[in-house]
Design a protein around this ligand. Structure first.
Ligand code: ADP
Ligand code: MG
Length: 519
């Protein structure tokens, strides 16, 4: 080989070595980036961990805050609001504590309106001889601009929707009593009036805060020429409890897990210390906890939760809700995936869309977690079509599923801890009952059957969420006690329940004497 030939050979070898070295370096750096993504995942998983011991701390904190919220206004982040509902409809037996069998004079057709965070429903409920004979529900999305517009626009929209619904139902015996489910914190003055404390779930109509919500709707109804008035202004939890109780008298609490989350339960009036002299015929009252605003240092909070809070209009509020409900779960997952995209290249160059807040809705999060195809084809489709991330390899798709799983599990476990907190406050968590040791017989006290009514798109539409919640309830309460607790979905409960409460509180009954007052 001549000198030239030798030179060329050496040159080629050098180039080959350089290419190989570059490839090795690239692979090493790809591995390092993948390791970074996995490290972020592990960190997130640890931050969200909800072992039974921690859940029990959350349960206890919930009980403490419930007491504090009942003791004084402003005593806790839990507002523990009076609802003035002291009688719940009971479809079957005779009236008992906190029950009111529907009387003949409440038979007829009642309407209600359910204004949630995302959805708006108009309902027609036919009540006859103490039972719901028929119900019809029409649902639509609340137009986004209304959530940030004016009071008048929002209530005109509501009143017009009712008007057009009634026109389509023409000729029917329309009662003048209307149930109005308004799923935001309201300080009630009576069962049919109350003022908005503040907005949640992305709503922000400034001139509305402090106004009487029922009056706003009554004004809009009058503007539309409708001779219908709000006789029951209820929170969605209260409506759900009313329907749950109607079907099952052991129902003592209701929980909403939809766009937002909240709960209410039946409390003894003498335990509502902040309202000394509160008198009701039944000795009890439904208390709207507004548990979305619950906070405790035991909650597993991550930096992503802080970023999410910063993005919202109600910073530092609704901390529990922001870890649990449908409005936020997809966004938490999006924040995690965005950080992964920034600190590793798991999503390649096409990850710009991940920087858009709220681009990953909770519906997608649920669909990703529930994809059980071997190649995660649904995950691929969602990444491609909705997040504009094509060609994510299988291991990246698995990573995305895992993120959605962690977000879901934490949310469901915290909701379970909240429910266990209510049961504990009511003495229905089994703590006064000695274990039967598997014999099926309790030696001290008896476990009472307890039902909790649940409603909301997230809970109803997402089976994995329900499974995790059930599992967590067993972990917290133990199998025996958990078996005594029935979680019952009440389809459209918040709206149908409001119609039933409108029936219970219709003018006839009110003429027979007010049910609750403060002396
Ligand atoms: P609202 O809170 O307005 O009364 P819903 O109770 O129907 O409405 O809850 C709607 C929310 O529930 C949606 O915003 C969404 O986040 C969540 N959701 C609805 N369906 C599903 C589903 N199949 N999987 C997961 N989340 C869902
Ligand atoms: Mg709702």
């Amino acid at each position: 080989m001549g000198r030239v030939g030798l030179g060329v050979a050496v040159g080629c070898a050098a180039v080959t070595c350089a290419i190989a070295a570059a490839l090795v370096a690239r692979r090493a750096s790809a591995r390092a980036r993948w390791r970074r993504a996995v490290a972020l995942l592990r960190e997130f998983e640890e931050g969200c961990a909800t072992p039974p011991a921690r859940l029990r701390q959350v349960v206890d904190a919930m009980v403490v805050e419930m007491h504090a919220g009942l003791a004084s206004d402003g005593g806790s982040k839990l507002k523990m609001l009076l609802t003035f509902v002291d009688a719940l409809p009971n479809g079957y037996g005779p009236p008992r504590f906190l029950t009111a069998a529907l009387a003949w004079n409440e038979e007829g057709i009642y309407y209600s309106i359910d204004l949630g965070g995302t959805n708006f429903r108009v309902l027609r409920v036919e009540v006859g001889s103490g039972s719901v004979i028929n119900q019809k529900v029409e649902q639509q999305l609340i137009p986004e601009e209304l959530a940030k517009g004016t009071t008048e626009d929002l209530f005109n929209f509501v009143a017009l929707a009712l008007k057009s619904f009634l026109e389509r139902e023409d000729g029917q015996d329309v009662k003048k009593a209307l149930g109005f489910t308004f799923s935001f914190p309201v300080r009630q003055n009576s069962v049919s009036s109350g003022s908005l404390i503040r907005w949640t779930k992305g709503f922000s109509i400034g001139d509305m805060v402090g106004k009487d919500v029922a009056q706003c709707l009554n004004d809009a109804l009058a503007r539309c020429g409708l001779d219908v008035r709000v006789t029951a202004l209820v929170n969605d939890t209260t409506g759900t409890l009313a329907l749950g109780h109607y079907y099952d008298e052991d129902t003592v609490a209701a929980v909403i897990i939809g766009s937002g989350t909240n709960a209410c339960y039946i409390e003894r009036t003498d335990a509502i210390i902040k309202c000394q002299g509160l008198l009701t015929n039944s000795g009890g009252m439904v208390v709207n906890m507004e548990w979305g605003n619950f906070w405790s240092s035991h909650l597993p909070r991550t930096p992503y939760d802080i970023s999410l809070d910063d993005e919202t209009q109600n910073r530092n509020d609704q901390g529990f809700e922001k870890m649990i409900s449908g409005m936020y779960l997809g966004e938490i997952a999006r924040l995690v995936l965005h950080r992964m995209a920034q600190e590793s290249d798991v999503f390649g160059d096409a990850s710009d869309s991940l920087s858009n807040p709220f681009i990953l809705s909770t519906l997608f999060l649920a669909a990703i977690r529930e994809d059980d195809s071997p190649d995660l084809s649904e995950v691929r489709r969602i990444l491609q079509e909705h997040l504009k991330i094509p060609d994510a390899p299988l291991k990246t798709r698995r990573l995305v599923v895992k993120v959605c799983d962690i977000v879901t599990r934490r949310a469901a476990c915290l909701a379970a801890a909240g429910i266990a907190g209510i049961l504990k406050k009511l003495g229905r968590d089994g703590s006064g009952v000695a274990s039967s040791g598997g014999s099926g017989r309790a030696t001290r006290g008896q476990l009472r059957r307890t039902a909790v009514a649940i409603e909301g798109g997230l809970y109803q539409g997402y089976p994995v969420f329900r499974e995790y919640l059930d599992e967590a309830l067993v972990e917290i309460l133990g199998e025996e006690v958990a078996r005594s607790v029935t979680l019952r979905v009440t389809e459209d409960g918040s709206g149908v329940g409001a119609a039933l409460l409108a029936a219970v509180h219709s003018s006839n009954r009110q003429q027979q004497g007010g049910r609750s007052h403060i002396v």
